[in-house]
Write a protein that binds this ligand. Structure first.
Ligand code: 13P
Length: 252
């Protein structure tokens, strides 16, 4: 079964405009664009148009955003809608990153609306899930992940779900330098696939791209991506260096 392989770079709240453009130039000059891995650049909002213009029609490289609002338009000062993102060339949007759940109190109800709005605007949501260190230490991580999946994904049809990418990002591994072992990643990815099979079907689960995120870097990507159920990565810190991001994207 060949699933879509993806390596996505979530730049978070980093880079100035000139640094962002320099980074994209580096990625475009070093990236292997002949392989079938989809590379997604996910910069801060203000740089989306400029980066979209630079990427142009480059094969296998796409643009994504780090968040979107639940509504299409209206009096929501400071917010950005999925239709705006689509209009500047985005094809993907992160939904439910743990930093947004934690610092901005995003609820499952909001995440459902964000995914709906993204899908309505032909954006593919990258739906992020992951347990905290405490939850893992108390051995509740499988229950937590099961709830994170079922509470949100119950709202979508099979056809809608086929456009959703899942990213498993254990909170304890994000930005800490402590990566999940390949055994831990494979164990959880297989569990996620099993849960998706229950929510949808076995064949849909087999086609779902499930990314790993959390201190994934140029040194450990190959081992992680060699796991049967790991279809690529959502990369934070290491995506801010063109060399490292390109190496990770070549780690299959
Ligand atoms: P790091 O790769 O910096 O741990 O961040 C992972 C992440 O949160 C990507 O969304």
């Amino acid at each position: 079964m060949s699933r879509q392989k993806i390596v996505a770079g979530n730049w978070k709240m980093n880079t100035t405009l000139s640094e962002a453009l320099f980074l994209v130039d580096g990625i475009l000059s070093k990236m292997n664009t002949t392989n079938e891995v989809t590379k997604i650049i996910i910069p801060p909002f203000p740089y989306l148009i400029s980066i979209s213009n630079k990427i142009g029609e480059t094969e296998h490289i796409s643009l994504g955003a780090q968040n979107c609002h639940t509504d299409e338009s209206g009096a929501f000062t400071g917010e950005i809608s999925a239709s705006m993102l689509a209009s500047v060339g985005c094809s993907y949007v992160l939904v439910g990153h743990s930093e947004r759940r934690c610092y901005f109190n995003e609820t499952n109800e909001e995440l459902i609306k964000k995914i709906k709005s993204a899908l309505d605007n032909n954006l593919k949501p990258i739906f992020c899930i992951g347990e905290t260190l405490e939850q893992r230490q108390y051995h509740t991580h499988f229950t937590v992940i099961s709830h994170q999946l079922s509470e949100v994904l119950k709202s979508f049809t099979d056809a809608e779900f086929s456009n959703i990418v899942i990213a498993y990002e254990p909170v304890w591994a994000i930005g800490t330098g402590e990566t999940a072992t390949s055994n831990q990643a494979q164990e959880m990815h297989a569990f996620i696939r099993k849960e998706i099979a229950q929510l949808y079907s076995q064949s849909i689960a087999q086609e779902t791209t499930i990314l790993y995120g959390g201190s994934c870097n140029a040194q450990n990507a190959q081992e992680l991506f060699s796991c049967e159920d790991v279809d690529g990565g959502l990369i934070g810190g290491a995506s801010l260096k063109a060399d490292d991001f390109c190496k990770i994207a070549a780690s299959f």
